[in-house]
Design a binder for this molecule. Structure first.
Ligand code: TMP
Ligand code: ASP
Length: 237
């Protein structure tokens, strides 16, 4: 499949057209950002590590019954994906309270939740990705009731597949963010699943192995992503 025109350039990934308008080429760049793009940097090897990480996780999710946009990895930093019609909503599941939920609700950082919790956010950096509810999604017609239910169901299903996968690698899956899109009348998981969009803590020490290392200037950002990858058995990284 040939790489066509650049269709979209995000904060960490670029999307290119291909010969087939149902297929896109997704490139993971070394760029990173936090705080809605206000803090940026380039981190050597991040694109490569994230492309491998994403392909591994998406494959595990497919095996666990969650349909994803991933078709194949084509080289170290690029993957072919289905061309989804993206829903502009972010779906977050949390197993442990940290990050924005602690600021919003005043709960203790690191608190283990009685049961995983679920939140929707609007994908809009200028508005700082505000938290929204299903009524907002319906009122502004960002998605249908059926799609809202399916996104919720698929996000919890993702948690059920990934919590044990990470646990077996000595890692706690603290929280994560997913984005979905439409393709052939069904919802597919799109975007990415990498340490850029989730929180991963070492099960013993609670050391952070995710983008909080960048957000909080803890250093060894890509090195920590690679520790997580290696523990999961992701090769070539
Ligand atoms: P939060 O604590 O900042 O709300 O983030 C919860 C999880 O979702 C965390 O793993 C980071 C991820 N996330 C993103 O990757 N991008 C986003 O825009 C948001 C709101 C969350
Ligand atoms: N939407 C946020 C940003 O990219 C998420 C983050 O802080 O990672 O700035």
């Amino acid at each position: 499949m040939n790489q066509g025109a650049l269709m979209y350039s995000g904060k960490a990934k670029s999307i290119f057209a291909t010969d087939d308008d149902k297929t896109l080429l997704m490139e993971f760049r070394d760029d990173t950002s936090a705080f809605d793009g206000r803090k940026t940097a380039s981190l050597t090897r991040k694109g490569l590590v994230n492309n491998h990480f994403n392909a591994f996780i998406m494959q595990k999710l497919e095996q666990g019954g969650v349909k994803t946009h991933l078709l194949s990895m084509v080289d170290d930093t690029k993957s072919l994906v289905r061309h989804l019609d993206m829903i502009p909503v972010e779906c977050v599941v949390r197993n442990i309270a940290t990050g924005s939920i602690c600021r919003r609700l005043g709960v203790e950082d690191g608190l283990e939740l009685e049961m995983p919790t679920f939140e929707f956010f609007l994908k809009d950096d200028e508005l700082h990705d505000p938290m929204i509810n299903e009524y907002h999604i319906r009122s502004f017609n960002w998605a249908s009731d059926e799609e809202i239910n399916r996104m919720t169901e698929l996000t919890f299903a993702t948690n059920a597949v990934l919590v044990p996968l990470f646990r077996d690698a000595g890692i706690i899956l603290v929280d994560f963010k997913l984005e979905f899109g439409r393709y052939d009348g069904q919802l597919y998981l799109g975007d990415e699943f990498t340490p850029d969009g989730c929180r991963l803590w070492d099960a013993e020490t609670r050391e952070k192995l995710d983008k909080d290392r960048y957000r909080q200037d803890l250093g060894n950002v890509v090195e920590s992503y690679e520790i997580a990858a290696r523990r999961l058995g992701i090769s070539t990284v």
